[in-house]
Design a binder for this molecule. Sequence first.
Ligand code: FE2
Length: 496
Amino acid sequence: MTAPTLNRRAALTALAAAAASAAGLGYAAAPGDAWRSSYTPHNGPLKAPLNSGPLRIEGRWPAALQGTLYRVGPARRELGGVTMNHWFDGDGMLQAFRFDGGKVSHRGALLATPKLKAEEAAGRLLYSGFAQTLPNSPPLNGPDTLNPANINLLSLPASRELFALWEAGSALAVDPQSLEAKGFKVWSPDTQGAPFSAHPRVAPDGTVWSFGYMPGTGRLLVYEISPTGQLRRQHVQAAPQADMVHDFAITERHLVFLLMPLKYAGTPGAGDPLSHYHWEGNSPLVVLLVDKADFKVQRFELPATGVFHLANAWEQGGTVQVRFVAQPDILSAMKQMNVNEPRPDKGSRQTQWTQITLNPATGRAQMQTTGLNNVEFPRIHPLRNGLPTQFTTLLARSSSMDARVDGFDSVLALHGERQQQHHYGDGWIAEEHVYVPSHLTATEGKGWVVGTAYHWPSERTTLSVFDAAAIDAGPIAQVTLPYGLPLGLHGQFVAA
Ligand SMILES: [Fe+2]
């Protein structure tokens, strides 16, 4: 092969594409624009449900790893010649990877929300999104008119329910087997159509805590829900600068909200909200510590930083400990998530694994970065929300990752002071990996870490299983789909 004008990266990309082609994978993206396919692969038809399996397993599938990994993310961004450019502005697509008796299969389907149905009936995208205003967008009948159900999932095993979550509207009930949308959940008449977070927290006893934020209102709506989906309490909480609150944490006694100084000065429902946010760096990061028993609040202030995701929080020796990923430049980061442009080089995108100590007795709060940077998507043991945790999985971005491609190329496990990492390599984008404990006990560090990664030169998605105690040894089992999936956001594992 002679390619004197190609640089090393382009040459590697061309080789990977050639290898994929030789392996019978069919489509291989052109090296110059292959990064673009990570958001919407050319080979993954979005309209029809995707089905494949049993898939060929490389390595040895752990016999005890049985259940379904559900994932969801923004997928369809084009219809009838109308295109949305922001990663978040895609209709939700649900993926189900089933692990059954040593066989692995995949099913994927776009979620038939009212938005999707209205736009399919019209033959084009109709509604403005998070980051883009469409002209002549029809009038809204509340936030759920726009709800793409594209961020996360909530599983209630006790009632065999599964919900696909946005954060500005209702939870969408979906059939865990067929993946069909069943309609928006009404927790109570008072909260019908109200925002429900994409990051509810399930306590070890199965109680679901969630919240909703309404930009510009100075209020949070708090939900306490039983393990079988009955609303126990709802509470309207006064909250300053609660204009974008993506995640929160619980402890045994408290709810913890990190309220960043990202302020909204627009009119809800009038065009895209993102252009109406601004950063007020002289204002603090406000921490609200809310007593679960009576919703009494203690307020703390810390230096301004942004936040999408918290890992966990817990009570410890009279303090409250919080672990989260700081996003100092969160507004620029969101504005740069354009799927039709390469990732810009400019601007600080460095995220920081960070710890907070709150002392309710003295009213003091301290925040410390740890030196671990360029990480996101923290996940913990699913039965340890609100309990002390030593084991966290994260995605990490290595310095060698292609500068044009947004995202992460490695999975990392922190266990106390120990750090282990697996680097997927050139051409790969890792999606969120979840920790699946091997036994239904709260012991940490045993079991598996499971997640997907997208290989953009060949446009294929691979699911990998790692021994949670030996991430750095690489996957113990993998399956590769005969197509690529659009890059998604979050997932939940539901044991068989
Ligand atoms: Fe999230």
